[in-house]
Design a protein around this ligand. Structure first.
Ligand SMILES: Cc1cc2nc3c(=O)[nH]c(=O)nc-3n(C[C@H](O)[C@H](O)[C@H](O)COP(=O)(O)OP(=O)(O)OC[C@H]3O[C@@H](n4cnc5c(N)ncnc54)[C@H](O)[C@@H]3O)c2cc1C
Length: 605
């Protein structure tokens, strides 16, 4: 390691490795990446698609939990990001869905020029490739959307192998019969209705495709790319430049020694939603009251650092399956015979239940359809709709955006996923893994209005931050969520789902029926909802007077030569699983940085 690089990237995670790859396309540019975790690229639990949940509690995770959540029966919720080269992309559940045009366009409505759907769409195409669909797959799984995506990027995505088990075949037709015919094409940013989703699983190797395999391994030999794993950055170093602070490098600890590395062009913070604010605060950028209380010198007083935390919660219900339906319940219960058979099959042919994440059927649903115009209007216009989760300066804009989505039958307030097994979160926690076979349907609250925060609790980088997402603190969130939960029992009686999969008068994994009991639905959510590990927006890209931490070129307010590129900059959480958006934001960020160093990237020499 030399002591000066052009760019230093803090965090070799999902976004960090995209930026490292793109910036080192110019061999003259020296890039140094610091990653706190190890490279787990050879770990079978990382590579094998179905094993992501076995990584919790290992050194590949940070192990973070939220503070007790009052609206979730004071439970502490697992919100642990990945601590590994590749970051959370090394440990995530591989669900791969594009965002909606509405939400991305809302980023502009919130004050960020240059981030609309038309500009972002090519970056989604640039970051991933899609498996070629055979006519048989199309017929058996109802795949047919997403045509015309000129996707040719490094992240490899595929549909569930073996036609995704028993759920996909009746799935799309059931929603059509329920009145939810697909109204657009979710692969092109629009529509509500049912479809088969992609997973970030390579259809050739049948292994996880993530930031390491896609963006790092192919270029690891570049002489101008330097990646230090197991190196935790403590803080950013600055010098005063006029009224701003100019980032000069970072300080990290190695073998007990504090060492400084210098960046001649920029420091790029990519430590993720829960830790980029932490490094800013440890470096003197944040709420002066908090920093003063911890004895940290205040360089830039910005009370919005670490605020505006948004996340998706998920919860659902399992319905007992017909006896002849093959499900993954025995594997979920970790029955030795089932485990041994699955492992042997994956080891010999890379097929079987371990080759997929076990989820493939997806739907976006509006509330308007189920709750009706009158109920929705009552909710939105009444005290509940007007209540507030935070005094964030952009609260009214956030509410207006959510309202226009809720009032649109072609958009969605919920994302629905189904799996042929019981799932924690889709059953009451008191039940544990029960004997029998189940079809679970899980709901993800798409556009939460609740806002939380993440902040340091000491001046040491070694202490976990205090994470308080304040789930369901906006009253509208629970009202919407519970009404969708009530609908599940009706959905599973719809044909062909009912006759194909569900045991008549079979068991459910909720304690009570929610169908005609709104309070029971709310109680089920309070008892069982948990994080889907999609935290965003704690260093939001917004105008400064609207609660921003970075501007529309991702530069940190009050500083020079310091940018943030990760999920923390998203001003509004996408409507479902966010990894595609993290990659796309990072691809766009790399182009913005190259534009700002135009002569060096696009000049004649
Ligand atoms: C368990 C889990 C399941 C998920 N499932 C899905 C899914 O199925 N589909 C989906 O779309 N999304 C999913 N997500 C979300 C998605 O993976 C993340 O939103 C995305 O990967 C975040 O990317 P990032 O670059 O913002 O942060 P990360 O990828 O988390 O990268 C941050 C990196 O910074 C490093 N770092 C932090 N602090 C320091 C420091 N001080 N010094 C050096 N390095 C540091 C971290 O170790 C990490 O590698 C899941 C996430 C998790 C955790």
């Amino acid at each position: 390691m030399t002591s000066t690089y052009d760019f230093i990237i803090v965090g070799g995670g999902t976004a960090g490795l995209v930026v490292a790859n793109r910036l080192t396309e110019n061999p003259k540019i020296q890039v140094l990446v610091f990653e706190a975790g190890k490279n787990h690229a050879d770990d079978p639990r990382v590579k094998t698609p179905a094993l992501y949940s076995t990584l919790f509690g290992t050194e590949a995770h940070w192990g973070f939990e939220t503070s007790p959540q009052p609206n979730l029966e004071n439970r502490k919720i697992n919100i642990s990001p990945g601590r590994a080269l590749g970051g959370s992309s090394a440990v995530n559940a591989e669900v791969f869905v594009p965002p909606s045009k509405t939400i991305i366009d809302a980023w502009v409505r919130l004050g960020n020029l240059g981030w609309d759907w038309n500009i972002m769409k090519p970056y989604y195409a640039k970051m991933h490739s899609v498996q070629k669909v055979t006519p048989e797959m199309s017929e058996r799984m109802g795949i047919g959307l997403g045509e015309g995506c000129e996707c040719s990027g490094p992240i490899q995505t595929s549909y569930s192998p073996n036609y995704g088990g028993p759920v996909p075949q009746p799935w799309n037709k059931t929603f059509e019969n329920a009145g939810y015919k697909m109204t657009g094409d979710p692969f092109h940013g629009s529509g509500s209705g049912a479809f088969q989703m992609l997973a970030s699983i390579d259809p050739v190797t049948h292994e996880r495709s993530y930031a390491v395999t896609a963006y790092y391994a192919p270029i690891a030999a570049r002489k101008n790319l330097h990646v230090l794993t197991e190196c935790t950055v403590e803080n950013i170093t600055f010098k005063k430049e006029g009224s701003d602070y100019e980032a000069t490098g970072i300080q990290f600890i190695q073998d007990g020694q504090a060492i400084t590395a210098n960046a001649s062009r920029e420091v790029i913070l990519a430590a993720g939603t829960l830790q980029s604010p932490k490094i800013l605060e440890l470096s003197g950028i944040g709420d002066s009251k908090l920093l003063n209380s911890l004895g940290i010198e205040v360089l830039v007083d910005n009370p919005h650092v670490g605020e505006n935390l948004q996340d998706h919660i998920w919860c659902g219900i399992g319905f007992e399956a017909k006896d002849d339906i093959p499900t993954l319940d025995a594997l979920k219960r970790q029955e030795p015979d089932a485990m041994a058979a699955a492992m042997a099959e994956y080891a010999s042919t890379k097929t079987g239940p371990l080759a997929s994440l076990g989820l493939s059927s997806f739907a976006y649903l509006p509330l308007l359809h189920t709750a009706g115009q009158a109920t929705l209007k009552e909710l939105l216009d009444g005290k509940i709709g007007q209540s507030s989760s935070s005094n964030h300066p952009a609260s009214q804009d956030y509410y207006d955006i959510a309202r226009s989505i809720l009032e649109d039958n072609n958009d969605a307030s919920i994302a629905m996923l189904s799996a042929a097994t019981q799932i924690a979160g889709a059953r009451d926690y008191s039940l544990g893994n029960v004997l029998g076979k189940f079809i679970s349907i899980v709901l993800l609250l798409s556009n939460p209005l609740s806002r939380g925060s993440v902040h340091i609790t000491s001046a040491s980088v070694n202490d976990a931050p205090s994470i308080d997402p304040r789930y369901l603190s906006h009253a509208l969130d629970l009202e919407i969520y519970a009404r969708h939960m009530q609908y599940l029992e009706e959905l599973v009686t719809t044909e062909p789902f009912a006759s194909a999969l569900i045991k008549p008068n079979g068991r459910m994994t909720s304690l009570k029926s929610c169908k005609d009991d709104l309070e029971a639905a709310k109680e089920h959510i309070r008892r069982n909802a948990t994080s889907m590990w999609h935290p965003t927006s704690t260093c939001a890209m917004l105008p400064k007077d609207q609660g921003g931490v970075v501007d529309e070129r991702l530069r940190v307010y009050g500083t020079k030569k310091l940018r943030i590129v990760d999920a923390s900059v998203m001003p509004l959480i996408p409507r479902a699983n966010i990894q595609s958006s993290v990659y796309a934001v990072a691809e766009r960020a790399a182009d913005l940085i190259k534009e700002d160093y135009w002569a060096c990237y696009y000049g004649s020499n």
